[in-house]
Design a protein around this ligand. Structure first.
Ligand SMILES: [Fe+2]
Length: 265
């Protein structure tokens, strides 16, 4: 009897795993088709040549007025309209909201078009000194929105662990940053450890911070009541292939942003 029950449990688990895999494969196929359609209809010119090639020797660079104002308005309006953030809380480390890549693919085509614009990846490649491409569609953090809008939303000191064969970079474009700090911004400050010093990286709206999170330790200090900081996070990689264990490790990391569903979606 016990043996039969055990066999039944194994069969049910295997069946559920197979169904989840099929469901996931279909979901990614749909998302790939939608991204391809967006790329065909929208290929924005972003005017990034005016930034030249900023110095990336410290593995972090900050660019104010990243996009021309008229180009910043459309995608930022799309981001502000989005409602479906997933809230997560990791005691003593992280609290905040996140909107995943799959939601952006469905609801924010202008943002997706910017992320996939050849000019953007070409610019990032020239800055970091190696050709980079967007990280895969299976990675919910490839393109996401980070929300700090409830008291004490924050993230403690950490490195962005790299789950790919190539080097991995993160670009944070600030969409909204409003608060009661003397400069009118929120108290959610991006702080990076650069050359052994803690450096506050000011992130006014339309500021881009590009960094290699695997080697630059960083944190965001707690936001206060009545403040709001909304950031578009874009990741890219010099080789987006991953070993199986790296894919699994990335999914476990993503549970801190999207809850346990990150293990199977
Ligand atoms: Fe990070």
């Amino acid at each position: 009897m016990l043996i039969e029950l055990g066999a039944l449990a194994i069969a049910l688990t295997g069946g559920a795993w197979g169904l989840a895999r099929r469901h996931r494969a279909r979901l990614y196929d749909r998302q790939r088709r939608r991204v391809a359609a967006i790329r065909q209809t929208q290929a924005p010119a972003l005017g990034l040549g005016r930034h030249g090639v900023p110095d990336f020797s410290r593995r972090v660079v900050r660019l104010r007025d990243f996009l021309p104002a008229e180009l910043f308005a459309g995608p930022s309006a799309e981001v502000v309209r989005l409602q479906s953030a997933e809230r997560t809380f990791v005691p003593a480390h992280k609290k905040g909201g996140t909107i995943a890549y799959e939601t952006l693919i469905q609801q924010a085509p202008a943002v997706v078009a910017y992320y996939h614009a050849p000019e953007l990846m070409g610019f990032f490649s020239s800055v970091v000194g190696t050709p980079v491409v967007p990280t895969p569609i299976e990675d919910q953090s490839s393109l996401s929105v980070l929300l700090y809008d409830r008291p004490a939303d924050r993230i403690g000191w950490h490195y962005d662990h790299n789950f790919y064969r190539g080097r991995h970079f993160t670009a944070l474009l600030t969409i909204v940053n409003q608060g009661h700090a003397p400069d009118g911004l929120s108290h959610a400050r991006l702080v990076a450890a650069v050359d052994g010093r803690e450096v506050v990286v000011s992130t006014e709206p339309n500021t881009l911070v590009l960094f290699e999170g695997a080697v630059v330790r960083h944190k965001v200090t707690p936001i206060q009541a009545g403040e709001r900081r909304v950031v578009l996070s874009m990741t890219c990689c010099s080789d987006p292939r991953a070993q199986a264990w790296q894919g699994i490790a990335r999914r476990f990391k993503d549970t801190a942003y999207y809850g346990v569903r990150a293990l199977w979606t």
